[in-house]
Design a binder for this molecule. Sequence first.
Ligand code: GLN
Length: 488
Amino acid sequence: MDGYMFTIAQARKELDQGNISSLELTRACLRRIEALNPIIHACLLVDDEGALAAAALADKRLKQGERSDLLGIPYLVKDILMTKGLKTTAASKILENYIAPYDASVIARLKEAGAVMLGKTNLDEFAHGASTENSAFGPSKNPWDLSRVPGGSSGGSAAALAAGLCLFAIGTDTGGSIRQPASFCNLVGLKPSYGRVSRFGLLSMTSSTDTIGPLARTVEDAAMVLGVIAGNDGKDATTISGSVPDYRRELIENKKPLRIGVVSSCLDSGLDARLRQSILESLESLQKAGAVIKEIDLPYNKYSVPVYYVITPSELSSNLARFDGIGWGLSSPESADLLSFYKANRGQGFGPEAKRRIMLGTFALSAGYADAYYKKAQAVRELIRADFQKAFAEVDVLLTPTSPHPAFKLGAQDNDPLAMYLEDIYLAGASLAGLPAISVPGGFVFEGGEELPFGLQFIGAAGQEIEVLRAAGFWEKINNYFERRPNI
Ligand code: GLN
């Protein structure tokens, strides 16, 4: 029994009954990484030694009778979260040799829970992107079809989990970066509400929309991970106070009828016709299974991509200003004066997309333009938020596609920033409004002889992770897409 394709819930049972040890499970994942990482390039760093030590410790705790959701479960984490003593690069040359001096709160919580960290996964540089092609260290590949992207920016996490390199993976989602790769790799990807999970130790992208969450094989697994990483944190003043619900129990026990709002504008001509057809059929099966379906209009949602691409560059241009080669980041040895020192460090350290966004954001925030761009975008953001609020007076969750199409070919859009930004069309709204959202396996289409997965998204009201998990769990029970694994 190798176990690398287990769900967390399956592994939990085997570990608790003593049929497998955490060391065995961890070794199985490490072997899988050794065999497949050269092909899919999902991991930037593998910490064999640390993982084996953590697994041995988990086995000891298990022997002493301890039982908890993630004890002994191997996982990988996006390389934008601080991991004490290990390189944390954000897939950028500017942090190529940076070693984190402390653990992010999420990492500390997972450690305490006894989860076993195997290493760090690839991403678009500083999480700017939707394909991992913006990684300074080369793209990851989609295990369903190696000629395609796994999505991004948490593409390394998604590719790794889909290929069986770990049992769950941690990603970040600022404008879709957990949900879109989940959709391209047939996984569950949960973006929590803004503030549900501490951002302490996350290298900031867009501070007002950054979130951290799980990529998992099932909805129950996602609930188990969220239960461990969620909660108020004194180190992040934006975290939601109050106790964290028991997501897993709610998922299993909460049988309230489900009211689903379909955002009809998301099913229009921008969507791949095969996906539209399949989603219409899914709606029928949801209804047959007892869900109440209602059409919902979100009139301002069409502005979410333009608003997102003003606010995001603005915030990140300011966040990335700290990488000057003095306090942080690549430091070139020789420069005639301070300005050329900055230019050398930042010029060599940042890739083209980070530079593009720094320029866009600096412009949008500059005197004379901030009112027309940044402030206007913030005003429209409030209208987008209000649209959602109105909708949640009528329904428990909203349903949209996750992405307008299945995974695209490597290189197909990397010279077209606009096409890449449109990847976020169904995703940016929930991010701007700070809402929880989940992508779940939604079906498959045939393309070039390959079967490619795509995702369905459920969005909930702020703080209502339970509702999105419940909707996702309801959907999971009426299809078998979740069980499919790529042939790799
Ligand atoms: N595709 C989006 C972007 O490039 C999402 C990024 C993210 O969520 N980190 O900004």
